[in-house]
Design a protein around this ligand. Sequence first.
Ligand code: AMP
Length: 147
Amino acid sequence: MTDTVFAQIVRGEIPTDLMYQDELVTAFRDIQPQAPTHILVVPNKPVPTLADVTDADEAALGRMIRVAARLAEEEGIDEAGYRLILNCRAHAGQEVYHLHLHLLGGRPLGRMLSESEEPPAPSDHLARVIPPHNLPRFPLPQPSRDA
Ligand code: AMP
């Protein structure tokens, strides 16, 4: 996998406005903020996209969401509300291929999606018309009885 700017930030090799770091995740301000608060939360391990996540990454993904919520509190935007965005690959406009969660807030954020430039692909239509009882299942780890 090629090295990315976010991997360099995690390793402390390039300057950033660091907000938080622990053994699993790192959070820093986006260099081109789209809202008064725009923070990126990344796993320290360089997973390229959400589609590359494995069971071994679940702790880091959970931590990313919890850290985002805590940072929203610290930024004073939790009561008004905020948005988390995780872009996966080309159609979502992913630019940096090191998984990252955007925490955006500090102003009304408007509609969830901008207008797409092209009509949705046939597979997108299909996903919307599959009734819930026909949704494909995929194996998830069983909860531990010891927990
Ligand atoms: P995405 O389109 O989801 O891949 O988002 C990538 C984000 O990374 C964009 O919002 C960029 O502004 C941001 N970004 C790129 N380089 C840096 C950097 N060196 N420090 C902070 N944010 C960055």
